[in-house]
Design a binder for this molecule. Structure first.
Ligand code: NAD
Length: 436
């Protein structure tokens, strides 16, 4: 099958590459010329494990190509996927900014020459697929097409595996013809018996938001409990284990930490709560999760301040990890962007390291000193913050760190270490929801 993918970011590039790995002919489009030129030269613009090899193999096999020209990409395409960004609106009101989706729809419209399925893969509020249809018909009343919704559930850092072995594929359609095209595209997953949820457009659009919001609620729940654990002398890691071993609850997304970040949960919870309010059905649980998440970040800043004796002024803080989670270079809504500037504003000096996030972080936080490795970040530090649990930070030489530091506070915002291990090295352990 011939497929066009509009938007070659984290989702578009992974989806397009994996579709070509399935055996389809895929053309990925982006309006960012530099990105497309880099991809044509075999350079992958993001850090995503395994992606570079897969792009290379499929590009060499001529199943995967890149262009800035939508018309060229849509030539003979049976499906065109919209995978452009849907960030929080710049107005700051929490709504999703759909301008990129609608601009893509307009461009698609003028290139429809024969029947094609226009599929929303971007995360979009209920009603967007119908609006895309209206825009296309407005631009090109004679266009023969169907719209469909096929939300994406991949996680950055595990994107290829998530795409190639998804828990489910969700398809929202209005016609059997569109359903058939999408079933054909995902047919290679038949062998691994991937469940397909075929439903209407609105339900498919809502499944994505409802799923992300549920996971955000789960994280905020354990984060809320972490505060109580600190007050009553309970340990949140054992608490989560004791809860999570119950199959009805499950242990995933029950790790207390500095609050969720990233390019999805913060914006998707906000957008869902806006949609719900607009329809006179506020989702109070989602609203509470959003509120708990921002107070958790504030609580982390307060925790660090207290450990430093009530003031950050003149203190040197080492920060290990800047991205919102390991195995990605994505800095969007990373927790570090809230926590570190707050410390710097009160007079702290921050030295940071991240295995893959520093290039992007430097643009967003030029006021930080960036170190070549974890140990040089810790030199003369009054406190070390473990902010992102990259594998390379999980077995640090703590004796070496202790020797290099001025102070002895080891603030483990991911509960990645056993407190005793830290104490045995002469450091003070401060976790989230655990006894110091
Ligand atoms: P991104 O910002 O990495 O990529 C979007 C790309 O679209 C950019 O390269 C941009 O230049 C391009 N673009 C914008 N308008 C265009 C146009 N008219 N023509 C061609 N290219 C255009 O975004 P992303 O993280 O890949 O997210 C895309 C969508 O997928 C969002 O709705 C997001 O919520 C959703 N999503 C993201 C993830 C994730 O982990 N990043 C997971 C699931 C779903």
């Amino acid at each position: 099958m011939r497929i066009a993918v509009i938007g070659t970011g984290y989702v578009g590039l992974v989806s397009g590459t994996c579709f070509s790995e399935f055996g389809h002919d895929v053309v990925c489009v982006d309006k960012d010329e530099k990105k497309i030129q880099a991809l044509k030269n075999g350079k992958i613009p993001i850090y995503e494990p395994g992606l570079d090899d897969m792009v290379k193999i499929n590009a060499e096999a001529k199943r995967l190509s890149f262009t800035t020209d939508i018309g060229e990409a849509m030539e003979d395409a049976e499906a065109v996927f919209i995978a452009v960004g849907t960030p929080t609106s710049r107005r700051g009101d929490g709504y999703a900014d759909l301008s990129y989706v609608y601009a893509a729809a307009k461009e698609i419209a003028s290139h429809i020459k024969k029947y094609v399925v226009v599929v929303d893969k971007s995360t979009v509020p209920v009603g967007t697929a119908r609006e895309v249809k209206r825009i296309i018909l407005g631009e090109n009343p004679k266009a023969t097409f169907d719209v469909a919704s096929n939300p994406e559930f991949l996680r950055e850092g595990a994107a290829i595996d998530d795409f190639m072995r998804p828990d489910r594929v969700v398809i929202g359609v209005e016609t059997e013809k569109a359903e058939e095209v999408l079933r054909q595209i995902y047919k290679p997953l038949y062998l691994i018996e991937t469940p397909m949820v075929v439903t209407n457009l609105e339900t498919a659009e809502l499944i994505k938001y409802a799923s992300n919001a549920f996971l955000a609620v789960k994280i905020s729940y354990i984060n809320d409990l972490s505060g109580l654990c600190e007050k009553v002398g309970a340990d949140v890691v054992s608490l989560a284990k004791g809860m999570g071993l119950d199959n009805r609850i499950g242990k995933k997304f029950l790790h207390a930490g500095p609050g969720y970040g990233g390019s999805c949960f913060p914006k998707d919870t906000l957008a869902l709560s806006k949609t719900a309010k607009d329809h006179g059905n506020p989702l109070r649980i989602v609203e509470a999760a959003i509120e708990v998440n921002s107070s958790q970040k504030a609580r982390m800043i307060q925790k660090i301040r207290e450990i430093l004796g009530g003031s950050e002024a003149g203190k040197t803080i080492a920060c290990l990890g800047l991205t919102f989670k390991p195995e990605t270079d994505d800095m969007r809504e990373a927790q570090s962007l809230t926590i570190l500037p707050a410390l710097i504003e009160r007079g702290a000096k921050v030295k940071a390291h991240d295995p893959h996030g520093m290039a992007e972080a430097k643009k967003m936080m030029p006021e930080i000193e960036y170190a070549d490795d974890a140990y040089s970040a810790c030199e003369n530090a009054d406190a070390v913050i473990l902010l992102t649990e990259w594998n390379e930070y999980r077995a640090l030489d703590l004796s070496k760190i202790k020797k290099m530091m001025k102070g002895e506070a080891f603030i483990d915002l991911r509960n990645a270490y056993d407190p005793k291990t830290i104490h045995d090295k002469g450091l003070q352990y401060i976790g989230v929801g655990r006894r110091s």
